[in-house]
Design a protein around this ligand. Sequence first.
Ligand code: ATP
Ligand code: ZN
Ligand code: MG
Length: 498
Amino acid sequence: MVMQFLLIANIKCSGSLSGINSGDIADFVTYCNTNLLKKGAPSGGGAVIDQWNVAGEKIKLKLVSDRYVRVHDALLRLKNELTKLLGKHRIGLRGVEIEDYRILMDWDEDWQLKKLPFVKTLKQERGTLTLALDVDESALANRIPDRIVRLLEDKKEAAKWKGKSEHWELLFESEKKPFYFDKDPTEEMANRCWIRHAAGRGQFVYGPQITKIFRAFERILFDEIFTPLGYEEMIFPKFVSWDVWKRSGHAKGIYPEAYYVCTPKTRDPDYWEEVIDYYKVTNEVPVDMIMKRIENVGGMCYAQCPPSWVFLQGKTMPDDILPVKVFDRSGTSHRYESGGLHGIERLDEFHRVEILWMGKKEQVIEHSKQLRAKYRHIFDEILDIEWREAWVTPWFMAQEGKAGLAELREVGTIDYEGVLPYSAKMLEFQNVSVNGDKYPKGFSVKLQSGEQLWSGCSGVGLQRWAAVFLAQKGLDPDNWSEKFRSAVGELPEVFRFL
Ligand code: ATP
Ligand code: ZN
Ligand code: MG
């Protein structure tokens, strides 16, 4: 792909340049054009000073480059040299004003670009894209132009995947199982007052019966997985600050689904008095007034394991403690599911047990196989449900809009899906992911041996397990397997309503 960069910069100096021999500056420009701005570029490539002009205390430069030694890098290199040259005349550099920055590149995409950060104007015509950037010196030092080029490459990549369905490949399918129910379990539970829709969207209050069923699921995880495989429990944070999502990669795409968390700009009661008074007078919560007094600091738990990595951030572990196996079941997960809400199958607030293991590559892959064998036993022998396993687009690629990437056979996600007889649809009720070195790299966690640490995680959605199990077997324990019935025990009857 052909790419061209153009930059017009005005370099302000601390004194008049009239005393400097114009030949010296011409020599400097020649040195830049033949040597300094060519270093590291293939022959014929790199940057050049196309035009230059010295007037008063200012040097005006027009730089042109290809993708090698891009004009902003050229400017940096040249500034250092110029500082030395002017230093001899006791003149310093005061600052650089960027008059114009343009990127031109081939563009054969059949979709329209809308808006890009730091881009003033954007022109797409006759196979060429021209961007005029709104950048200052510090934006150039932060390599904003490079990041814009990378963003465009990302968008092209995402456009390729768009419209293609997510990768899905059957790995295993259980035997057919008898179904004892053909209704929607959420409705049936609501009828029996096992659950009631709560005040928030996609949120329920779970009564004693279904809570006991959730706890039985957890007990099965303890007996079949945590105890025999040597897991220990941890408590992961449930508020997630942006720094965590930057490191986990979620900051690249979580925005439409996040539950945002804000804190007061100050806890000074005077600052809040107006809000308090307004509420007292109207009985309405003045949301607009509140919005002006709070600031966003992150969001609620979305994927459960990311904030736990802060525990290991920047640490080095001895290899002999591997593989490490921990789990968290300490709180809720929150996602803004928009129109897709449906009963306990798709909630904005849900409960999940997150299982996290780490080790060397082979250990992590090997452990994912052990887990899959344990799950198979649970679903076949204890819950006795009809289910299947599928190899799907890993979450972090789905998040970045890349649907079908399946080349990765070691790193990736397996979804577990169960039949919902009442709707004839399949529901994903949990997953097993091998995340490769993504988290250890993101959170700078190292091994003493210098080998790369890997990790995997598995999210067991309690409501999703219940949705699949109850949809197939119904709410009557007589139709449950003996093993599951005894895991649950008596269903408590606490409330009655008139
Ligand atoms: P879906 O495709 O159904 O939206 P997902 O791919 O977004 O699911 P993951 O990000 O893999 O789900 O989350 C892991 C697990 O968390 C899921 O297998 C499921 O058990 C649970 N889960 C995710 N979203 C919800 C939700 N909105 N309500 C209830 N459980 C959920
Ligand atoms: Zn996870
Ligand atoms: Mg989802």
